[in-house]
Each structure stands twice: as C-alpha cells, then as structure tokens.
Design a protein around this ligand. Structure first.
Ligand code: F3S
Length: 283
C-alpha cells in the first residue's frame, strides 16, 4: 500500500490563528465563541470541556458574567460586530484577514451605489457575514446558471466577490459568463489561495490514486467541496470526520490511497487516519 497525503491538507492560516487565539484566552475569565470556533467536533468539545461556551446570538448571554467574546475566522456582519463592541463584553476578533478584506470591498462598493453579487452559499455563516457589510440588498450565485435568474439592471455597476472557500474553477466560469451581461462588473478574486491550492492539489491527487479519503467535518463547506472535487476524479472517494467513520475493509494492500483534509481538520486527526489505514492492511 502507498499513502500519499496532500501537502495542503489540514488547518489553513486563518483557522490556525483563530484556534490559537481562543486557546490563548483560556483562564482569563468567562469565554464565549460566537458560533463554534471551527467545524471540528474534537476541538469544539475540548474547548467546551475547558469552559468555553458557544453562543449564536448576543441575547443568549442574558445576565451571564461579563467576559470575552471571540469572533471566529468566518467573521460576522457589521450589525453583529457593532452590537458586540457595544455590549460591555471584551471582543477578540479572529476573523480571517482574507474575509475582512471582502467585508471592506463590499462595504465600499455598496456605499458607492454598486450592486453586490456574492458567489457562495447564502446559508453559510461567512456569506451571511459578508452580506451584513453591504449597504444594498445582495444577490447570490452558486453557479453560472444562477446568473440568468438575477434581475440585473442594464448599465449598472456590480461588484462580485466569492466566499473564500468557493470552488475556484466555478468562480472563474461565473466571472466569464458575467462578461456577457450588459452591466459593468468589478471582479474581485476572493477565493482564498489556501482553498485554491488545496482544491487543485486534491484534484490532482484524486486523479492519481485508487482511493481517496477526505477528512473533515460533515458540516464544513470547504471539506464538502473537496469531497465533490475528489469524487469527480476518483469514484472511490470517502468523506470521513474521524477514524470512527473509516470503513477499513475497502482498502487493500495493493492500493494507492490519497488523503486530503479540510481547513478545520487538526493535524492529529489526519495522523490518526494515516495510522489506521496503514494498520488495517498490515495483516
Ligand atoms: Fe482564511 Fe482562507 Fe482559511 S480565507 S480562514 S485562510 S480558507
């Protein structure tokens, strides 16, 4: 058996920094994260065992003791940010700088009167946060086909941004198709380089191996996208969250197995998966 692990698998820069920041706040009074810090059960459970409480709305704090609220890498809307900073709680902002850049672009363009289009999943917290920096209603596109349904005004200027974990190739197709519309477009390349590199490497790796394992949270959008990309290249692609999800009898001694992982997957989980797969075929 040969196991090839993608170099770009695991924590990205933004997630690593957010996780470091939350651990650095431990022991300094009540600590709340605005949403789970990352889409990884083991990290979230570890933090909860250390007293960190997840909130989804400031109202949940009620009469809770004052402490620190940590904003995760996905970021929040302007209204949420303003409410937090005015709440009397200390705020530690771990929004990824690449997400913050999108907030700034959307805020600036929308204030100038441009329309805003977001390529991404409108239900994803990062996209909800981005929307919350726009001074005008936003439009969403999940693929180039969606553009035909948008009531875009002829001659108007639109600013387009993508969710940082959006599929890079799909975003390029959306940008290309937008050029055929009778509108002016300000195109922003906001798919994160870490995401782009990870997706490209995963696609290449999936095309070289017999079986592919994608490690990451079931509710992690970037992991889900990695899975889709790998599955399109390698029919036997498995998405697992931890080693408990691994069905080991599908692997054989002659297999070449590729492994990649989403941006919120800690290194130790990837290492456990490698060990388990290796052990499973050593009989
Ligand atoms: Fe930031 Fe890119 Fe990660 S936007 S949170 S470094 S995937």
């Amino acid at each position: 058996m040969k196991i090839i692990v993608a170099e770009t698998s695991g924590f990205c820069f933004g997630v690593e920094k957010a996780v470091e920041k939350v651990y650095a706040q431990l022991g300094q009074g009540p600590l709340y994260t605005y949403g789970p810090i990352i889409h990884n059960r083991s990290v979230v459970e570890d933090l909860e065992s250390k007293g960190v409480r997840i909130i989804h709305d400031l109202k949940e704090l009620g009469t809770s003791p004052k402490g620190t609220i940590l904003i995760r890498s996905h970021g929040v809307s302007k209204a949420e940010m303003d409410a937090m900073t005015g709440s009397g709680f200390r705020v530690v902002d771990a929004t990824c700088p690449y997400v913050k850049k999108i907030h700034r672009v959307v805020e600036r363009c929308s204030r100038l009167g441009d329309g805003v289009i977001i390529a991404g999943d409108e239900n994803h917290p990062e996209v909800a946060g981005i929307k919350g920096w726009s001074a005008v209603p936003v439009y969403y596109a999940t693929d180039e086909g969606d553009l035909d349904k948008l009531p875009l005004e002829e001659g108007k200027e639109y600013c387009i941004v993508a969710q940082t974990t959006f599929n890079y190739e799909k975003y390029q197709r959306i940008l290309k198709k937008l050029q055929n519309f009778p509108i002016r477009v300000i195109m922003n390349e906001t798919v994160c380089q870490a995401t782009e590199d990870r997706q490209k490497e995963a696609e290449k790796l999936a095309g070289m191996v017999d079986k592919m394992i994608v490690v990451g949270g079931k509710n992690s959008s970037n992991t889900q996208k990695l899975y889709e990309i790998c599955k399109s290249r390698c029919a036997q692609t498995y998405h697992i969250e931890t080693i408990d999800d691994l069905v080991l009898n599908v692997f054989s001694e002659s297999d070449i197995i590729g492994i990649t992982a989403g941006a919120s997957t800690p290194k130790n989980i990837i290492e456990e998966v490698i060990l388990h797969v290796r052990n499973a075929t050593e009989f």
